[in-house]
Design a protein around this ligand. Structure first.
Ligand code: CA
Ligand code: CA
Ligand code: CA
Length: 339
């Protein structure tokens, strides 16, 4: 009797000790995850793995260094109308600018997403540059203040938002500075991780629960036949949906054969050969890609009669119509086989 009473006391005591040890720890862990929600984090002691801490349930999502990271973020994103997006201030930060045709400090792709003019520093002609107006919350498209609403913005700090009324652009709303950053492709995401992610130790990261969200491979895929075929086929799994004639690289500048993925998109990219490439879909780090028949700066457009004949510098040219169709159909990450 005495012995069992003692056992009971000891076990209660043990429970209390365990309780005292565990509680502070688990509350530390959960407050760590809570403090990091909506942040990109980088495991600095390992191979620099990147994670995004979910804003809602504080689990961490692995972001592999490929297109799957974008699919994960797209899955987590919240749809938003243009009217509501306009309430959230845009980051004006040179480190994130990759295409800036009018040198106003705003990326062409940001300008297209917000309907300012990517080829005019001052879209509304009021004497103030687009970037200056954005920085000070003025209306870039007309007189007066913009539609910024910080109370609305604060409800979305740390979220990934998808612009549903445009081309499905992703925006990241940084939880610290409250500014939104465009994530149109992997390079944008890499820049966000490079400049905005917080470093974390391997010990600390283990306190943040792991997400089970794993993306399966995309089922869209594209095949291009070179040689005298000069034709592009596009598929869902192995079901052919259609095909278009193309003009790939000429003998002296051949299109490289192999397996690639679409790495970036641009509605009108500029080529180092001195010509415009509408509906650009970049392959292999953007070294070459698909685009519409090019336009020279004097407005001359290469003829449709080039289709079916390999005449390009290595890119795969598509006709007017098919290029825009493929641009809208294909995703960043879509697999491309060239043979
Ligand atoms: Ca610009
Ligand atoms: Ca502009
Ligand atoms: Ca202006």
């Amino acid at each position: 009797m005495e012995q069992s009473k003692l056992k009971l006391i000891i076990s209660r005591y043990l429970v209390l000790i365990i309780f005292l040890i565990l509680i502070p720890h688990s509350s530390d862990a959960s407050s760590l995850a809570y403090n990091l929600k909506g942040q990109f984090i980088l495991e600095v002691e390992a191979k620099g793995e990147a994670w995004y801490v979910d804003n809602d349930n504080t689990v961490r999502h692995y972001l592999p260094n490929d297109y799957q990271a974008l699919l994960v973020l797209r899955d987590l994103s919240i749809g938003m109308t243009n009217e509501n997006l306009a309430k959230i201030p845009i980051a004006v930060d040179n480190r994130f600018v990759r295409f800036d045709s009018d040198s106003d400090g705003l990326d062409d792709r940001v300008e297209l997403a917000i309907a300012s003019n990517p080829r005019d520093r001052d879209s509304d002609g009021d004497g103030y540059d687009d970037a200056e107006e954005i920085k000070h919350h003025f209306n870039i498209l007309g007189p007066g203040r913009g539609k910024i609403n910080l109370a609305f913005r604060d409800r979305f700090l740390g979220e990934i938002v998808i612009q549903v009324e445009s081309h499905g652009e992703l925006w990241y709303i940084h939880p610290n500075n409250g500014l939104r950053y465009l994530i149109a492709d992997l390079e944008d995401l890499n820049n966000i991780i490079k400049y905005l992610a917080l470093g974390i130790s391997s010990k600390d990261i283990n306190h943040i629960a792991l997400s089970s969200l794993i993306k399966v491979d995309a089922i869209k895929n594209i095949k291009v036949l070179l040689g005298d075929k000069q034709r592009l086929y596009y598929y869902l799994d192995d079901v052919e949906l259609g095909s278009f004639p193309v003009s790939a690289g000429k003998a002296s500048t051949p299109t490289p054969k192999g397996n690639y993925r679409i790495v970036n998109k641009h509605p009108k990219a500029w080529s180092s050969y001195g010509l415009w490439m509408p509906f650009w879909l970049g392959l292999a780090n953007g070294r070459f890609g698909f685009h519409e028949l090019p336009i020279w700066p004097n407005g001359y457009r290469e003829g449709e009669d080039h289709l079916g004949v390999p005449v390009s510098h290595g890119c795969i040219r598509l006709g007017i119509g098919p290029a825009e169709y493929l641009y809208n159909w294909a995703d960043i990450g879509t697999a491309v086989e060239i043979k």
